[in-house]
Design a protein around this ligand. Structure first.
Ligand code: GDP
Ligand code: MG
Length: 224
């Protein structure tokens, strides 16, 4: 099935762009602006996986459309927000990055709690990041909601010549876990990045048959 995703890029804060240098006129035009329609949903997505697989890069490619070849791990950045429109709904995504904590194995229940979607990333050029998946699955079993949608991602697809994990291995791993989807991506080449997040969100919202929006949370009413 081929969905058309309409991505509403988050308006850059400040920026202006009107060429208006008068503070008074600026204020006036600001007053005239129609306030943006509030989001219909707010969803939390978390990204887990071994250090260096490209979690931060995937998040930044998706939220800011940037890629940094030689960036140091982003200790201190907790999450980024991006609003997307899908199936006529405006969805505010809060995407949590592990911010370097994966090294210390100190990512705990707080990180998993409330996540409606979990992206588990490995690096197709690094065997040990694939072997690490068992550890991440244990964390999911222990801390995440059973309803959380899972997506396995083999990243760094642009490094095909250094590949050590075949696509079939990734597919096989995902097929053993109920409901887990799989795809390969490149944060560097911007391949399959929007798809990762939008597919996950689409899966989350299509699972909700009947919902109420109460205090910014989706309350799932179980079908009979
Ligand atoms: P994290 O530790 O999982 O957050 O990984 P980072 O996002 O910090 O990325 C680790 C390194 O891999 C950085 O040098 C990135 O530039 C690089 N990287 C991330 N994604 C890709 C990708 O898709 N292709 C390539 N070639 N390098 C990538
Ligand atoms: Mg990182």
């Amino acid at each position: 099935m081929d969905h058309r995703y309409d991505i509403a890029r988050r308006a850059a804060a400040g920026g202006g762009g009107s060429g208006n240098s008068s503070p008074a006129l600026g204020a006036q035009s600001r007053r005239r602006k129609v306030p943006p329609r509030p989001a219909d949903f707010k969803l939390q997505i978390i990204i887990i996986g071994a250090r260096g697989v490209g979690k931060t890069s995937l998040m930044e490619r998706f939220t800011d459309d940037t890629f940094c070849e030689s960036c140091k791990s982003t200790v201190g950045v907790d999450f980024k927000i991006k609003t997307v429109e899908l199936r006529g709904k405006k969805i505010r995504l809060q995407i949590w990055d592990t911010a370097g904590q994966e090294r210390f194995n100190s990512i705990t229940s707080a990180y998993y709690r409330g996540a409606k979607g979990i992206v588990i990333v490995y690096d197709i050029t690094k065997q040990e990041t694939f072997e690490d998946l068992a550890k991440w699955m244990k964390m999911i079993d222990k801390y995440a909601s059973e309803e959380a949608e899972l997506l396995l991602v083999g990243n760094k697809l642009d490094c095909e010549s250094d590949r050590v994990i075949s696509k079939q291995q990734g597919e096989r791993f995902a097929s053993r876990i109920s409901g887990m989807r799989f795809c390969e991506s490149s944060a560097k080449d911007n391949f399959n990045v929007d798809e990762i997040f939008l597919k996950l969100v689409d899966d989350i919202i299509s699972k909700v048959n009947l919902f109420k929006f109460i205090s910014n949370k989706i309350v799932i009413i179980q079908p009979d």
